[in-house]
Design a protein around this ligand. Structure first.
Ligand SMILES: CC(C)(COP(=O)(O)OP(=O)(O)OC[C@H]1O[C@@H](n2cnc3c(N)ncnc32)[C@H](O)[C@@H]1OP(=O)(O)O)[C@@H](O)C(=O)NCCC(=O)NCCS
Length: 195
């Protein structure tokens, strides 16, 4: 299969899914972001500590300011809103890992009050769509701490294959972490979407 051309990803916002609206984060979102990103339970298996207001502002001014992906090494983080209410319930990320290998990675976070409805899967599915159908990626991965069952279930629900189990791969927040690696290839994606 030929590698699709990749130039850049410049979505039009908001991105609508069945129940959600995805859009870049803004300073007006600080309180809503803090409501879940400052929580130790939400941050247990993600590679950052519970965030302070200052840390959220710093992120908004740097990493989260991106509204497009113009080169590998960049990430696009979008807020997840319930379309009906406009309430920000989490965020989802697409990272462009490599132009040469046409690779990307997804990540997702929800406020615990809004888990259990399929919102993370719905939002992450939209990011796979952007990565495969708009950016032309060949392969998108998700990396999950084995103890983070809810996250592994999202990857499986998306149709990603578990490719690896890296035992005690990282010394993470004071403990050894076993990493599950999930992946999906572009030619696996259309079959899933139309299933
Ligand atoms: C990982 C995380 C986003 C998963 O959240 P989640 O709510 O379990 O995932 P979804 O939003 O996709 O919801 C799926 C659940 O909703 C249920 N559900 C209800 N209605 C649904 C619908 N219409 N469609 C799909 N699933 C639905 C599913 O059955 C599933 O429940 P189950 O896990 O008990 O089987 C959340 O636990 C989180 O934010 N954790 C902290 C941050 C984190 O660790 N992120 C991942 C880093 S790798």
């Amino acid at each position: 299969m030929p590698v699709l051309p990749q130039s850049a990803l410049r979505p039009s916002y908001p991105i609508r899914t069945e129940r959600l609206s995805l859009r870049p984060l803004a300073v007006a979102d600080v309180d809503a972001l803090l409501a879940y990103r400052s929580r130790p339970d939400v941050c247990r298996y993600v590679p950052f500590e519970p965030m302070t207001r200052e840390a959220v502002h710093e992120r908004l001014a740097t990493h989260w300011a991106a509204t497009a992906l113009t080169d590998a090494g960049q990430g696009l983080t979008l807020g997840i809103e319930i379309a009906e209410t406009g309430h920000l319930i989490g965020d989802v990320m697409l990272f462009w890992q490599s132009r040469e290998h046409a690779g990307g990675e997804i990540g997702y976070l929800l406020h615990p009050d809004f888990t259990g409805h399929g919102y993370a899967t719905e939002a992450a599915c939209a990011m796979l769509h952007l990565g495969f159908d708009h950016l032309g990626l060949h392969r998108i991965i998700a990396r999950v701490d084995e103890r983070n069952e809810a996250s592994a279930k999202v990857a499986r629900r998306l149709g990603m294959r578990q490719e690896a189990r890296l035992v005690d791969n990282e010394f993470f927040k004071g403990e050894w972490s076993t990493e599950l690696d999930f992946a999906m290839l572009a030619d696996e994606w259309p079959g899933y979407r139309t299933a």
